[in-house]
Design a protein around this ligand. Structure first.
Ligand code: BGP
Length: 466
């Protein structure tokens, strides 16, 4: 039997649904200047992104002006919580101001008040791919140690302003995306950094990660000082990387591949750098700016829980040059975007992560991107019901059979929003359909999908109906 306080909800991110990119004093964010991809063409992050002004795709779904209707629909589904992010550049338009933008703070006052009207607990991500563009352009983003203070000021402002309305926080969304340096999307959205041809990219990646670890640890301490109720989590993307065969070398390849992802939670949960990464720094002769004070801060600022996104899994095969090579898993089906569909992988990663950390876990993203069709004001997304149901069943097994402590489940996404990787809306994830042309005409343009009623029942029965 699931704990009656289990936090069923749904997830979104400011830059992917709020719109109002320049309203009420909001500054430009790194998300606002990214070019738009197309359905199968991810966004391209090139040097000229530093000279862009803005792109039309940041209308999002105009949640900024429709938040009451949309939160009301989430309450109709029975949400116990709502995972969202605070757009950093709404609060500090450039990021280095002394004083926050009152209109930005007041917007989230309204949003959180609307959530509490329905007893819906906000679960807030502080940095979700949307840091102020000005910090990227004029400070070099997270290459610059000054970012620690800018982030801490933003976080502390939020903790103080919303201390009676928000207690669940997360610092950096999918911070472990930074390890994948071959996709410029990750360093740009996660750190406002564009790697240059002639630089030691690996060294820069570990440096920006370090500054974010210190910033996160300081935020944890600040949150606790402001209210003992605050629960601050890290946020990673988790996905099992199984051994490609029972060959012992493939098993070792899987361990190394998973460490590469777990490194970020190791530091934020345990409060220290793991030996396997310190050995790598030595082998690669990396010179990092890490002070004794920083290490003491990491030790004092361990997170309370681990938020994570789960979409897919893969396999690792031994590779003599790079320890491992990641490959698709031939035993699972795939989404229209080639993402592996592996519900058992969720139970697996819940067990592995819980055994590794012995701290509560929070599934803050899990969902299926698909080409949904609106016909006669209906959307029959049986395929999404099947995907979500299979994953929730595995989550329940992890909780009830394996004893894993899970705080909640907020599928991605509560409502159709802009896809992060493609910057458009054909790749739909929501339980609520959004007809963008109607939104652009000032209409609500929102419709309940079939999965809306399915999820409503799951929440009403606390998962017992499955
Ligand atoms: C995660 C992000 C979300 C969301 C999701 C789906 O990485 O935390 O912001 O976008 O991926 O990805 P996409 O929208 O690219 O399909």
């Amino acid at each position: 039997m699931l704990d009656k306080n289990f936090l069923w909800g749904g997830a979104v991110a400011a830059n992917q649904y709020e719109g109002a990119w320049n309203v009420d004093g909001k500054g430009i964010s790194v998300a606002d200047v990214m070019t738009k991809g197309s359905v199968n063409q991810p966004r391209q992050i090139t040097d000229d992104v530093l000279h862009h002004q803005e792109y039309p795709n940041h209308l999002g779904i105009d949640f900024y002006h429709h938040y009451q209707e949309e939160i009301k629909l989430m309450a109709e589904m029975g949400f116990k919580c709502f995972r969202l992010s605070i757009a950093w550049s709404r609060i500090f338009p450039h990021g280095d101001e002394d004083k926050p933008n009152e209109a930005g703070l007041a917007f989230y006052d309204r949003v959180f008040a609307e959530c509490w009207k329905y007893q819906m607990e906000p679960v807030v991500t502080l940095s979700h791919f949307e840091m102020p563009f000005y910090l990227a352009k004029h400070y070099g983003g997270w290459r610059n140690r000054k970012m620690i203070d800018f982030f801490l000021k933003f976080a502390t402002t939020c903790f103080q302003r919303y201390q009676s309305k928000v207690k669940y926080w997360m610092t950096f969304n999918e911070i472990n995306n930074l390890i994948d340096t071959d996709d410029p999307f990750n360093a740009w959205t996660g750190a406002g950094v564009l790697y240059q041809e002639d630089e030691n990219v690996e060294q820069t990646m570990y440096q920006i990660s370090h500054y974010q670890f210190v910033a996160s640890a300081l935020a944890v301490q600040a949150a606790k000082k402001i209210s003992a109720d605050n629960q601050v989590g890290c946020m990673l993307h988790f996905g099992p990387i199984y051994p490609a065969s029972s060959q012992p070398l493939d098993q070792m390849a899987s361990v190394k591949a998973m460490d590469r992802r777990f490194f970020f939670s190791d530091v934020q949960v345990r409060g220290a750098y793991p030996d396997y990464v310190k050995q790598l720094w030595k082998r690669h002769h990396l010179q990092l700016d890490i002070t004794a004070d920083d290490l003491a801060t990491l030790h004092r600022g361990c997170v309370d829980y681990i938020g994570f996104s789960y979409y897919k899994s893969s396999v690792a095969e031994f590779d003599s040059k790079t320890d491992f090579k990641e490959k698709p898993n031939p035993h699972v089906s795939k989404s229209d975007w080639g993402w592996a569909i592996d519900p058992v992988g969720l139970r697996y990663i819940l067990n592995v992560a819980y055994e590794r950390y012995q701290k509560p876990l929070f599934i803050v993203e899990n969902g299926l991107g698909a080409y949904d069709k609106l016909e006669n004001n209906q959307v029959n997304d049986d395929y999404r019901i099947q995907y979500l149901q299979a994953h929730v069943v595995q989550m329940l097994k992890a909780i009830e059979l394996d004893g894993v402590q899970v705080l909640g489940y907020t599928p991605w996404a509560a409502i159709d929003i802009v896809s992060a990787s493609t910057g458009e809306m054909a790749k739909r994830y929501g339980l609520i359909y959004v007809n963008l042309p109607e939104v652009q005409q000032g209409k609500a343009g929102i419709y309940r999908k079939k999965s809306f009623a399915w999820y409503q029942k799951v929440i009403a029965t606390n998962g017992e109906c499955l």
